[in-house]
Design a protein around this ligand. Structure first.
Ligand SMILES: Nc1ncnc2c1ncn2[C@@H]1O[C@H](COP(=O)(O)OP(=O)(O)OP(=O)(O)O)[C@@H](O)[C@H]1O
Length: 769
C-alpha cells in the first residue's frame, strides 16, 4: 500500500444512494488508488481553484474528489475522498477548508447552491479544464449593469458576516447565506452545506437568535485548536468523521445508511459518550436526538474499558420489555460477542423481579396483579368500611405516589411526609384514616399472595438498599481497622464476605418513566464512583404518572447534565407540529429544574403533516385504508437501480387505547384487505405489514410513515375518566391532561417522514387545528 484512503461522511451518504454499478467501480478505484495513487489510469490532478483538492477518474463519467491530508506516522500518504461526482459537476470552485470551530475538514461544493443565490452573489462556476469536453451548463454571468433585482430582503436579517464566521459557517458560504431571500433557497444551501454550517443556518432560519445558536449549536461543537490549525490537514483528518477505506468498504456500502449511527456520532454526542463523569450524569433532548444511540455507545465504551474478567459489571436497562429487545439487538451489532457477554440487558421490572426471587424463599413468591384488578380490591375494602370521603382512584394514587413512591414504612412517616404535587391537602386525622384503609388493602393483597408492579418495585428497592447498607458498613469497618480481615465482624459469613455491588456501571434509557422506587433500587445496585449511573431521557415523553426528583433518591446529577438538540429522525415539518402539542406546558428536568425544547431542530425535510377530519368511524377507517395503500405504493416503487423496498414494518397506525387498536386491525384486515401486526410488550405480533398499537407501545420506536387515528375530543384526553378530578383534585386533573398531551407528542414524533392525524366528531383540543 502506498496510500491510505478515508471516506468523508457526506461522500459515504451520497454513495449509498448511487447506482450499484457506480459503487462497484468505486471499490475498484479505491483498490487501485491504495496500491498506487499515481497510476496513469487514475489521472490524479489538482483542481486549479483550490490546490488542496484533486480529482481522479473512477470511470469515463465519474470522478472522485480527494484532499491530501499529509502522511501518517509510518510515512504513508493520507487521502480523504470528499465526494464522488459526475464529471460535468466538477468545477474549479470546489474547496476544502478546516472549520475554525470544530477543526474538521469540510468540503464545500457551490454547485449544489441554488442558481438564484449564485447569480445574486455574482458567482460563476468554472468547469474544470480536464473535463472540458463534458456537456456543461455553466451559470450565466449577470451582465455588468444587469445584476438580478433583489425583490425581497435577505432572510437572515438579524446577523452579519462576522456573526456567521463566529458561529462556524464555512467561509465560502457566508456571503451566499446572507444573500438568501427565500426559504427554498436556504433549504437548498443547507442541504449541500457542511454539517456545522447546515445546523447553524437551520437554527437561524427557524428564528433562533445568534446568541441562542452560539449557545445551543456552536459551543457544544467547538474544540480547542492549536495556532496554525488551518493548515494542518493531517491533524484535521483525525478530528473528521470518516470511514477508513479498506477491503471491508464493500460490505459497509452494502449495509447502507443503517450503519450510520454506529459509526458517526455528532460531536456533541461523541463528547457525551467519551466523557468521564465523577458521579451520575444525564443526557436529555427531544425525540430522535440520539439519546438511545448515546446510551448504546456509552455502554460499548464502558465495556471496552473493563479490566479482564467474567461476570456482567455493566447494566443497560430501560422501561419496557420490547425496548430491551431492541437495545439488545442494536448493541449486538455494535460490540463484539466478548464484550457483549459483560453487559446485562434487562428491563426495570425484570430486574426488580430478580431481586425479589433472590430474597424470597421458594414457594413464598407473590404473583403480580394488574393495577385495574388491585383497584377493584381497594374498592371492595372501601365498600366494606363504608368509606365515602375518598374514592378508590384517589387512594390508589396516594398509595403509589406517596406511600410506595417515598417508601414510607410507618404511620409516623406518613404523618410527616410532604405531598408535593398531590393537590388535595390531608390533615392528620385524615392521614390516620387513609393509612388504616391502605393497611387493610395491602393485607388483603398479601392474603391473596398478590402484589402490584409498584409494590414489587418498592420491595425490591428495600432489599437492594439493605444490601448496599451492609456493603457500606462492612467497608467502613474495614477502613476503621486499617484494612485487615474482619474476623470479629458480627456478620462474617461467606455470603457477607463476598457481598459486592451488583454493577460497576448502569446506563438507563427512557429514564422519564421510572418511579422513585426504581431509582432507589438502581442507586443501591451500583457502587458510587466514576461513571456509576448514566441516565438518558426526555420528560416531554413521560407517559406514566411518575414524577421523580433524582436528588431525593440519592442521585446527584447537578453539573453533569447535557442536552441534545438535533433530531436525526423527524423532519422539520413534523417537529414543528409536535412542538405545538407541548407548547405552554412546563416540564421538569428529573431534578429541581425545568426542561425545554429550546433549540430542538432538524435538518430533514418532508411533507407537511396531514390533518384529516372525518364524518364517523367508518369514514375514518376507509380513508385511513386509502392512505395506507397509497403509502404502500410509494414505499414499494422501484428505485433507480431496480430495488424494491419491503413495506413490512415501514408504516404504523397509532391509537389511544387497546380496544381501538383491535377495532382498527379488524376493520383494516376484513374490510380493506390490509394485513396488520399488533404491537405487544413482546414486539409486533401477527406478521402483517402495518403495525398497530397504542401510544404507550410506540415509546422509543420509529416508523417511516405513521397514521394516528381517533384523535377526537373525549378520547384525547379521556374526558369521561378524568373530568371528575377537575373539582375534586385539580392537580391530578392537570397531571392527567399532561399525560395525554405527552402521549400524543410521543406518537407524533415516531414518524420519520410522513405523519397523518385523523379524527371524527370534534378534534382533540391538543391538536393545532
Ligand atoms: N449520529 C447519528 N448518525 C446517524 N443516525 C443517528 C445518529 N444519532 C441518532 N441517529 C438516528 O436517529 C434516530 C433516533 O435516535 P434515537 O432513537 O437514539 O433517539 P432518541 O433521542 O433516543 O429518541 P426518543 O427519545 O424519541 O426515543 C435513530 O434512527 C438513530 O439511528
Amino acid at each position: 500500500m502506498t496510500a491510505r484512503l478515508s471516506l468523508y461522511q457526506k461522500a459515504e451518504n451520497e454513495l449509498y444512494k448511487m447506482d450499484s454499478s457506480v459503487k462497484t467501480k468505486f471499490y475498484d478505484f479505491c483498490h487501485q488508488f491504495r496500491l498506487n495513487p499515481d497510476h496513469p489510469s487514475l489521472d490524479l490532478k489538482p483542481l486549479k481553484g483550490d490546490g488542496r483538492i484533486h480529482r481522479a477518474k473512477i470511470d469515463r463519467s465519474y470522478r472522485a474528489l480527494l484532499a491530501r491530508a499529509g502522511s501518517g506516522a509510518d510515512g504513508v500518504q493520507q487521502w480523504l475522498i470528499v465526494a464522488v461526482r459526475h464529471r460535468k459537476d466538477v468545477y474549479e470552485e470546489l474547496s476544502v477548508a478546516i472549520n475554525r470551530i470544530t477543526g474538521e475538514i469540510e468540503f464545500v461544493d457551490l454547485g449544489v447552491v441554488g442558481q438564484s443565490v449564485l447569480q445574486r452573489a455574482g458567482l460563476q462556476l468554472t468547469p474544470s479544464p480536464d473535463e472540458q469536453d463534458a456537456p456543461v451548463a455553466p451559470t450565466p454571468a449577470p451582465a455588468e449593469n444587469e445584476q438580478p433585482a433583489v425583490t425581497t430582503e435577505p432572510l437572515l436579517l438579524g446577523c452579519d458576516a462576522e456573526d456567521l464566521r463566529r458561529l462556524g459557517v464555512a467561509d465560502a458560504l457566508i456571503d451566499l447565506a446572507l444573500t438568501v431571500t427565500a426559504e427554498e433557497e436556504l433549504d437548498q444551501l443547507i442541504a449541500g452545506a457542511p454539517r456545522l454550517t447546515a445546523e447553524v443556518l437551520t437554527g437561524l432560519g427557524s428564528g433562533m437568535t445568534v446568541d441562542e445558536v452560539e449557545r445551543e449549536i456552536t459551543q457544544p461543537a467547538s474544540t480547542e485548536l492549536e495556532p496554525g490549525f488551518e493548515n494542518d490537514m493531517s491533524a484535521a483528518l483525525t478530528r473528521t468523521a470518516v470511514t477508513t477505506v479498506d477491503d471491508d468498504i464493500r460490505n459497509v456500502l452494502a449495509e447502507g445508511d443503517f450503519r450510520a449511527w454506529k459509526v458517526y456520532l455528532h460531536p456533541t454526542q461523541r463528547k457525551i459518550v467519551e466523557r468521564n463523569y465523577s458521579k451520575p450524569a444525564r443526557v436529555s433532548g427531544g425525540p430522535g436526538t440520539g439519546k438511545t444511540i448515546i446510551a448504546l455507545h456509552r455502554v460499548a465504551r464502558l465495556a471496552a474499558a473493563l479490566p479482564p474478567g467474567h461476570g456482567k459489571p455493566i447494566l443497560l436497562t430501560t422501561y419496557t420489555k420490547n425496548l430491551t429487545a431492541d437495545l439488545r439487538s442494536r448493541l449486538t451489532s455494535l460490540v463484539d460477542p466478548a464484550l457483549l457477554s459483560r453487559i446485562d440487558i434487562k428491563h426495570i421490572d425484570q430486574l426488580a423481579q430478580g431481586v425479589l426471587t433472590e430474597n424470597t424463599a421458594p414457594g413464598a413468591q407473590r404473583s403480580l396483579i394488574s393495577d385495574d384488578r388491585a383497584l377493584d380490591i381497594l374498592r371492595e375494602v372501601l365498600f366494606e368500611h363504608d368509606e365515602q370521603r375518598w374514592d378508590a382512584e384517589f387512594l390508589f394514587d396516594e398509595w403509589e405516589q406517596i406511600v410506595l413512591g417515598q417508601s414510607l414504612a410507618t404511620r409516623q412517616d406518613y404523618f410527616k411526609v410532604r405531598r408535593a404535587g398531590m393537590g388535595r391537602a390531608l390533615n392528620r386525622p385524615e392521614r390516620a384514616a387513609i393509612w388504616k384503609l391502605l393497611d387493610q388493602f395491602t393485607l388483603r393483597l398479601n392474603g391473596l399472595g398478590r402484589e402490584t408492579w409498584a409494590q414489587a418495585a418498592e420491595r425490591a428497592a428495600r432489599y437492594e438498599m439493605e444490601r448496599a447498607r451492609k456493603i457500606r458498613t462492612r467497608a467502613e469497618h474495614k477502613e476503621a481497622i486499617g484494612g485487615g480481615d474482619l474476623i470479629h465482624f458480627d456478620d462474617n459469613s461467606s455470603a457477607m464476605r463476598y457481598l459486592r455491588h451488583r454493577y460497576r456501571h448502569i446506563v438507563v434509557d427512557e429514564a422519564q418513566d421510572l418511579s422513585p422506587a426504581h431509582w432507589k433500587m438502581l442507586r443501591a445496585m451500583v457502587a458510587p464512583g466514576p461513571n456509576d449511573l448514566f441516565i438518558a431521557g426526555d420528560t416531554h415523553q413521560r407517559i406514566y404518572d411518575r414524577q421523580v426528583t433524582l436528588s431525593t433518591v440519592g442521585i446527584n446529577i447537578r453539573g453533569r447534565s447535557s442536552k441534545l438538540t438535533l433530531s436525526y429522525r423527524t423532519t422539520r415539518e413534523i417537529l414543528h407540529q409536535a412542538a405545538k402539542i407541548v407548547h405552554g406546558a412546563t416540564y421538569d428536568d428529573l431534578d429541581d429544574g425545568t426542561d425545554t425544547l429550546d433549540g430542538y431542530h432538524s435538518l430533514l425535510h418532508g411533507p407537511s403533516p396531514q390533518y384529516v377530519a372525518c364524518a364517523d368511524w367508518t369514514d375514518e377507517i376507509t380513508r385511513l385504508a386509502e392512505a395506507l395503500k397509497q403509502w404502500r405504493a410509494e414505499i414499494t416503487r422501484p428505485t433507480e437501480d431496480g430495488t424494491v423496498r419491503d413495506p413490512n414494518g415501514a408504516m404504523a397506525v397509532c391509537v389511544a387505547d387497546g380496544d381501538m387498536a383491535g377495532r382498527v386491525a379488524a376493520d383494516l384486515e376484513t374490510k380493506h384487505g390490509i394485513t396488520t401486526a399488533t404491537l405487544t410488550k413482546d414486539g409486533p405480533q401477527g406478521g402483517g405489514e402495518v403495525h398497530i398499537g397504542t401510544m404507550h407501545r410506540f415509546k422509543g420506536l420509529e416508523y417511516q410513515k405513521i397514521a394516528i387515528v381517533g384523535v377526537c375530543d373525549g378520547i384525547l384526553p379521556r374526558n369521561a375518566l378524568i373530568e371528575k378530578y377537575k373539582t375534586t383534585d385539580p392537580k391530578r386533573y392537570e397531571r392527567e391532561l399532561k399525560k395525554s398531551r405527552n402521549q400524543l407528542f410521543v406518537a407524533i414524533t415516531r414518524a420519520r417522514d410522513a405523519l397523518r392525524i385523523s379524527w371524527h366528531g370534534r378534534p382533540s383540543p391538543f391538536l393545532p387545528v
